[in-house]
Write a protein that binds this ligand. Structure first.
Ligand code: NAD
Length: 362
């Protein structure tokens, strides 16, 4: 005999109010993608589509709790709205997270099922690779939907966005140098690059070519030794990192390193790096950097090269055009640093205000 369960027993009561939770952040749509057959558990968050379809990568991460995954996707998708707007792109902001171990839980079936969920959104959300996902994974997604960018170059895509992101960070750093010191030469300047993964490594390449004295920190020792040998950078330990006597700190690993403790220890003149959400709390740590006389290049402005690169793929990829548009980050950074100084506000706020003018037609 078949056991007939009440429908309610399969759907446990929810203990939180999601609509209340997202009221402040103004998200338009949140999609929970569940497929026990492939093991897919994903959340797609569409923050805003005023300027165009919401574009943002898919992160695969072993989140400790589902709440942590939801918070991450909400935070990251909002950031994408601002990044697209400040970069002058006709795109909205979105992001997706897949809960799982990117080393063990990936399969073609999982990414194809995920692609079908994206396809159901009829172009409102466009995905790309992000932490824990690769261009190969995006190939599987592309079997089910056209709403995907960051495909391999062999498929006519834009490939790995990291070198373009690094170029944009380098441009933002040089503009910050010009603002702080009246000269954008980085020759002889001491720069700490924290995190020498895909972006950090490419940034180290630009910096050493210009003659900067580069210090590198990472948790991956093998990678540290490789990059040190290739570029002549000096490895520093993670202990005492924030006490180093340097000119520029480039966070290229984790978010939220600009917190009260670290800022009080920092001895640099400039912070300019690729990591998303570097300020632990925008309204506290943005002003704190100003008080310390540290020039902060807003992360979502200077790390937009990767987004510019995948955006260009939507209209027929042209790398030289993507790089030229990324180079504009230099001027955009300079404008924001000057505006912030003139208005007596912190640089992240100045950048957000300019983005909001476009997003909400203020
Ligand atoms: P990645 O995973 O290739 O590199 C990150 C590096 O940080 C790794 O080498 C890792 O070992 C290191 N790391 C992790 N935890 C660390 C810690 N506690 N201390 C020191 N090092 C640590 O990532 P990526 O693509 O180079 O991106 C770097 C950052 O830039 C991320 O925050 C990412 O979200 C952001 N970002 C990347 C792009 C892009 O195009 N890849 C675009 C925009 C923003």
């Amino acid at each position: 005999m078949i056991e007939v369960k009440e429908i309610s027993s399969a759907v446990a009561p929810l203990a939180c109010n999601i609509f209340d939770h997202v009221a402040g952040s103004k998200h338009e749509q949140i999609v929970f993608c569940n497929d026990p057959e492939t093991g897919l558990k994903a959340i797609i968050a569409i923050h805003n589509t005023n300027l165009g379809p919401a574009l943002g990568g898919t992160r695969m991460w072993m989140y400790k709790t589902e709440a942590e995954a939801l918070n991450d996707v909400l935070r990251l998708s909002r950031g994408m709205t601002y990044k697209a707007a400040i970069s002058g792109l006709n795109l909205g902001g979105g992001k997706a997270v897949i809960i799982g171990d990117s080393k063990k839980d990936k399969s073609e079936a999982l990414f194809r099922r995920f692609g079908r969920f994206i396809n159901n959104l009829n172009g409102q959300y466009i995905t790309a690779e992000d932490v824990g996902t690769s261009t190969k994974d995006m190939e599987y997604v592309a079997m089910e939907t056209k709403s995907v960018t960051g495909l391999p170059e062999s498929m006519g895509g834009s490939g790995d966005p990291s070198p373009v992101t690094a170029y944009g960070v380098y441009m933002g750093m040089k503009a910050s140098a010009k603002f702080a010191w009246g000269n954008d030469e980085l020759n002889g300047k001491k720069v700490l690059v924290q995190g020498i993964g895909n972006v950090g490594r490419n940034l180290v390449s630009h910096l050493t070519k210009e003659g900067a004295v580069v210090y590198i920190a990472d948790i991956n020792e093998e990678q540290l030794n490789k990059v040190a040998a290739e570029y002549g950078a000096t490895v520093v330990s993670n202990e005492g990192l924030y006490d180093l006597d340097i000119d520029i700190y480039a966070p290229c690993a984790l978010g939220a390193t600009l917190n009260t403790e670290n800022i009080s220890r920092l001895k640099c003149s400039i912070v300019a790096g690729a990591a998303n959400n570097q300020l632990a709390e925008e309204s506290v740590h943005g002003p704190m950097l100003v008080e310390k006389g540290i020039v902060y290049a807003p992360d979502f402005l200077i790390n937009a090269g990767g987004l510019i690169n995948v955006y260009s793929e939507l209209n027929g990829y042209d790398r030289s055009k993507a790089l030229a548009q990324t180079e504009h980050i230099y001027n955009a950074t300079m404008d924001i640093l000057k505006n912030a100084q003139a208005d007596g506000i912190h640089t992240q706020l100045a950048a957000m205000q300019i983005a909001e003018k476009r997003i909400y037609n203020k």
